[in-house]
Design a protein around this ligand. Structure first.
Ligand SMILES: *Cc1c(COP(=O)(O)O)cnc(C)c1O
Length: 358
């Protein structure tokens, strides 16, 4: 019998969240980010589900876009890191992918190798995140060069470092620079990610680019009330239960000690399964309808939960590590990380199952 841990992906929830994104986007066009293997939910299944519901899909690399095409995904696809070399650019032209252009090096590559007027280019401008993008003074020379190459379809884009905090000085600065960039240039624009879309952030965005919210994640506390449905359920079962006396410790390092006589349940999920070892004592775990605290260090293949208040718990009882009953964002908070990381670094060894009512 295989061990009972599995990841179930609810494609109906994905559709629900995509429809919500569509409503929030209003008249803006909707680009769905499926990078990072659709944030750990399976790029092909999610790309195929989202393709008819959105205006385009976004991946980081050309290889990801080719995989989507080879599996029948028909929506336009944007390559968010753009071409790394001539081979990438050839594939972009061949498949008519849309591509971000974020550097002078990429503009030189286009000048050398040529670009088709059928390719949409997204010119990325660095308004203050300082990760990718042309500086503001490079924008006009770049636009002139691209126009001279015959490119007609250009969208201006920028990325915010703190879209979840509209009042932050950095966001205010980035929005002010964005205004200056798009003003007087009659081009399409793209600014909002999930947090921008959920928060109706200021700043023009003809295209919106949500990722995390499509998978039911909340990109910040202020969005906790957004009616998103978690797409992933990471579940297992209790494999062992024991009673320990007050004062005994649990797990490696003995760093959790029972303050009372306690009942400890062991779950066959550990850090090798993608559950964060940084999760602290007290991290919530859903056990058979109740939230119980994680106790002791997470091991490679197991973790331990205090079920003293659930005396009837026995081996085989269902466990949810995160999912519709327990938000991945809450677990992430207890593990000093973000839900994005927990979702995207799940290893292949856990079976994934895609479910849909249609
Ligand atoms: C990943 C990404 C997004 C989506 O961000 P979310 O926070 O997941 O909505 C949008 N734009 C760019 C450039 C990205 O890299």
């Amino acid at each position: 019998m295989p061990r009972p841990s599995e990841i179930s992906i609810d494609l109906d929830a994905l559709v629900h969240n995509a429809r919500l994104a569509r409503t929030l986007a209003g008249s803006a066009r909707l680009l769905a980010a499926v990078k990072g293997d659709a944030y750990g939910h399976g790029m092909l299944a999610c790309g195929q589900t989202l393709s008819p519901l959105v205006d385009a899909l976004a991946v980081a690399f050309v290889e990801e876009a080719i995989t989507l095409r080879e599996h029948g995904v028909e929506a336009p696809i944007l390559i968010m890191e753009g071409p790394f070399d001539a081979e990438d650019l050839a594939a972009i032209k061949q498949h008519e992918f849309a591509t971000v252009i974020h550097s002078q090096g990429q503009i030189e590559l286009l000048a050398q190798e040529g670009i088709s007027p059928d390719n949409s280019l997204w010119l990325k401008v660095d308004t203050g995140m300082h990760r990718l993008g042309l500086s503001m003074s490079e924008v006009d020379p770049a636009l002139n060069r691209l126009t001279a190459m015959g490119v007609t379809d250009i969208t201006l884009m920028t990325h915010l470092a703190m879209a979840e905090s509209p009042e932050a000085a950095l966001t205010v600065t980035q929005l002010r620079r964005w205004e200056a960039i798009i003003q007087s240039r009659p081009l399409k624009t793209s600014l909002w990610n999930s947090a921008g879309l959920l928060g109706h952030l200021a700043g023009k965005s003809d295209w919106v680019r949500p990722g995390y919210m499509l998978y039911g994640g909340h990109p910040g506390h202020r969005f906790d009330a957004a009616p998103l449905k978690p797409v992933m359920a990471f579940t297992s079962r209790i494999m062992a239960v024991r009673d320990i006396a007050r004062g005994e410790s649990v797990g490696y390092g003995g760093h959790w000690q029972a303050a009372r006589d306690s009942r400890i349940a062991t779950v066959s999920v550990g850090y090798a399964d993608g559950y964060p070892r940084t999760a602290t004592n007290g991290t919530p775990v859903w056990v058979d309808g109740h939230i119980c605290p994680l106790v002791g260090r997470v091991s490679m293949d197991m973790l331990t939960v205090d079920v003293t208040d659930l005396p009837a718990t026995s081996p085989g009882a269902p466990v949810e590590l995160w999912g519709p009953r327990l938000s991945v964002d809450t677990v992430a908070q207890h593990a000093d990380t973000i839900g994005y990381e927990l979702l995207t670094r799940l290893p292949a060894r856990i079976p994934r199952r895609w479910v849909s009512s249609s």
